[in-house]
Write a protein that binds this ligand. Structure first.
Ligand SMILES: Nc1ncnc2c1ncn2[C@@H]1O[C@H](COP(=O)(O)OP(=O)(O)OP(=O)(O)O)[C@@H](O)[C@H]1O
Length: 653
């Protein structure tokens, strides 16, 4: 179960608001402990996870672990020699790291605070770690406030650690001999938890526009500062706990905002500010009228923003240009959570792939063209333990058959005419340590399939022209829009390779089957429009629902990109911003056999602003044409009288 931070949690580490509720929290936790069938005299059985399971747990919490350990060490320095230990747990209360001297524990209990031991309420009754997770707030559980008598000798101060969406992902805890209780311990734990959250935030949004802000300038650069990140085009990505608190909106509402809608400053003014030699603090007015001071960091590895920081260099012409140029950046920022837009079929896919993340199980993604197979593969990689290593995509259908072998396996110096001097590492080796994504695997030449299979089985690559094999370690994701079983029966695909590749097969639904089209459309508009959000007319949305979308997301994204340009300064994207070929397609999809005029004509007329009278005339004239000018036949076909025809089209008389 996912736990959230308590919504009214004050950001101040020194705040004791949580303490006011403590008796109630303890009381209700005791009741739950009883319901779990525990009794105060139960002797806890501290059975830690087996070594392999613990390694897996640490790997699954690698980011948290990496950023928490330095903060835990600093915290420990402040409480050393006080008979306390510093603990880090995952979101379920299982200890993933512990630090300190366990001398204060009786021998039999020493295992209690070691990695791999679970401190869930179900197993241990009321305790600070479990309560911090359940309440989403810091909790102190002292001595006999613990449900189990066996834990009465402990005093524990725990604070939740949340991700940028406010989900609790772990707990930082100081546990010690109850006689060693010190009232400042909780404030230290809270501050350290905030420090870890801020570090995690910076690591997650490395390549983004980041604003550090606070109403008091002296708080910028401290734990109290708000931090908010934006895509290169200015779209809101995330905010830390203080940022969410100061912005005063839930994460879900912030997702539809941009830098300018939240801070009242166009993105271009931000670039201008930072292209001066000595940029000072920004004065910003937030959407809720609160004035704050801010400092921006434009940490975009290879984008035009970097250049704009160099004094004297022109800033980018418009944020839209920057947005296009850094599509790759946006893509790199995407994890599986960004693909979640509410479609149940997709939810199932995400749930399945999440289960195999980091487990060395090959994933096969099926789906029509443009359903987002590559985007999913990239998101899987970004969320996997290999995310710091390369993600290398190879489109097996687009590389000429003669080159695919060298592309994949690499070649030695002078292996063939035209080869670069010094040779080249193939894509498989480039992906070493990371993920290799083989798109359109069904189109891989049959002769190469055996070689690929050998690489996968032996985990060795032999470049062309070389007799040396190089060890390689890649996670494999494949995609295809072919029916591979059919290709096997046509002897176009090797059966043995097929079984090696399809560890987990998932199928991405085509756009026409998705139930979240409206959310998807709004999300694409928000991503593609740099200057703020456009709305979309109900009429156009209704058409989108009727369309079959043969090109799926690729078609929809391109269509909306063009429409945004056509809409220009207008606030709403509507029919008249659609290209003619789309209107034709819509017409073909929806043409009714009885209607002598095409739907495309009608939609085009609506787009032109034609009124009902003109449309009626058009229908009558087309029906007349279809009936060789015969008024009676036309009237019959349309179910009206001959007089009506003459009245509606007077020139027929
Ligand atoms: N969920 C999504 N939200 C927004 N855009 C998306 C989504 N999925 C895909 N796209 C966009 O649609 C386009 C096609 O996506 P992608 O290349 O991942 O599809 P594909 O299934 O691999 O296509 P193909 O089979 O033709 O290679 C890309 O521009 C991508 O950014």
């Amino acid at each position: 179960m996912e736990h959230k931070l308590a919504p009214d949690l004050n950001n101040s580490p020194a705040s004791g608001a949580w303490a006011d509720n403590l008796p109630v929290i303890i009381e209700t936790s005791h009741q739950r402990s009883q319901q779990y069938g525990l009794c105060p005299q139960t002797r806890p059985d501290y059975d830690p996870l087996a070594r392999n399971d613990l390694s897996l747990l640490i790997e699954q919490n690698r980011l948290l672990h990496t950023h928490a350990v330095p903060a835990m060490e600093t915290l420990y320095q402040q409480i050393v020699n006080t008979h306390n230990m510093v603990l880090l747990t995952d979101a379920n209360g299982v200890i993933v790291h512990s630090l300190g001297d366990d001398d204060f524990l009786e021998k039999a209990n020493r295992v209690a605070l070691s990695p791999g031991v679970a401190w869930s309420e179900q197993k241990r009754g009321t305790n600070a770690i479990a309560s911090a997770i359940i309440e989403g707030a810091p909790v102190l559980v002292h001595a006999d406030q613990h449900y189990l008598a066996a834990n009465h000798f402990l005093t524990c101060s725990a604070a939740p650690i949340a991700d940028h969406m406010g989900n609790v992902i772990g707990v930082l805890d100081v546990s010690g001999d109850s006689r060693s209780y010190h009232r400042h311990t909780m404030a230290l734990v809270r501050m350290s938890a905030l420090m870890i959250e801020n570090q995690l935030f910076s690591a997650t949004f490395e390549d983004a526009i980041t604003i550090h802000f606070h109403s008091r300038p002296e708080f910028i650069g401290t734990l109290m500062e708000g931090i908010a990140s934006f895509s290169p085009g200015g779209r809101f990505l995330a905010a830390n706990r203080s940022g969410l608190f100061q912005l005063g909106l839930p994460f879900s509402a912030l997702q539809s905002h941009t830098f300018s809608s939240l801070f009242g400053l166009p993105l271009s003014a931000l670039y201008d500010h930072y292209s001066t030699a000595t940029p000072g603090l920004l004065n910003l007015c937030m959407h809720n009228g609160v004035r704050v001071h801010g400092r921006a960091q434009l940490r975009l590895a290879n984008s035009v923003f970097q250049q704009s920081l160099i004094p004297g260099r022109a800033p980018p012409a418009t944020p839209a240009v920057a947005a296009n140029q850094s599509a790759a950046q946006i893509r790199r920022l995407s994890g599986l959570r960004y693909l979640r837009t509410g479609d149940p079929q997709l939810e199932l896919v995400i749930e399945k792939v999440t289960r195999v993340l980091g487990k060395d199980i090959p994933i096969m993604i099926m789906g029509e063209t443009g359903t987002g197979k590559e985007l999913l593969a990239q998101a899987i990689h970004n969320d996997s333990p290999r995310s710091q290593h390369p993600f290398v995509a190879v489109n097996c259908a687009s590389i000429p058959e003669t080159l695919i072998e060298s592309e994949l396996f690499g070649y030695e110096d002078g292996a063939f005419t035209g080869a670069r001097k010094k040779g080249a590492a193939g894509k498989i080796l480039q992906a070493n340590g990371g993920t290799l994504f083989l798109d359109e695997i069904g189109d891989m030449p049959f002769s190469l399939q055996a070689r690929l299979l050998r690489v996968l089985q032996e985990r060795m690559v032999t470049p062309l022209g070389s007799d040396k094999s190089i060890p390689v370690n890649v996670e494999l994701i494949c995609a295809t829009n072919h029916n591979l079983r059919e290709r096997i029966s046509q002897s176009l695909f090797r059966e043995d390779l097929y079984y090696r590749l399809n560890g987990l097969v998932v199928k991405l639904p085509p756009l026409r089957e998705r139930t979240d089209l409206e959310t998807v459309v709004r999300k694409i508009i928000a991503t593609e429009s740099a200057a703020g959000r456009y709305d979309i007319s109900d009429e156009l949305m209704a058409m989108f629902h009727r369309h079959r979308w043969p090109g799926n997301f690729r078609q929809l994204t391109n269509l909306l990109r063009t429409a945004i340009v056509m809409a220009g300064d207008e606030p709403e994207i509507c029919l008249r911003h659609m290209p003619d070929d789309f209107l034709d397609d819509i017409g073909e999809t929806a043409t009714s056999a009885a209607a002598p005029t095409t739907m495309a004509d009608t939609t085009r007329m609506i787009a032109r602003g034609a009124n009902l009278e003109e449309m009626e005339q058009s229908v009558i004239l087309r029906t007349l044409e279809a009936n060789g000018g015969n008024v009676s036949a036309t009237a019959r076909a349309l179910g009206v009288s001959r007089n009506t025809i003459y009245r509606k089209v007077p020139h027929l008389k």
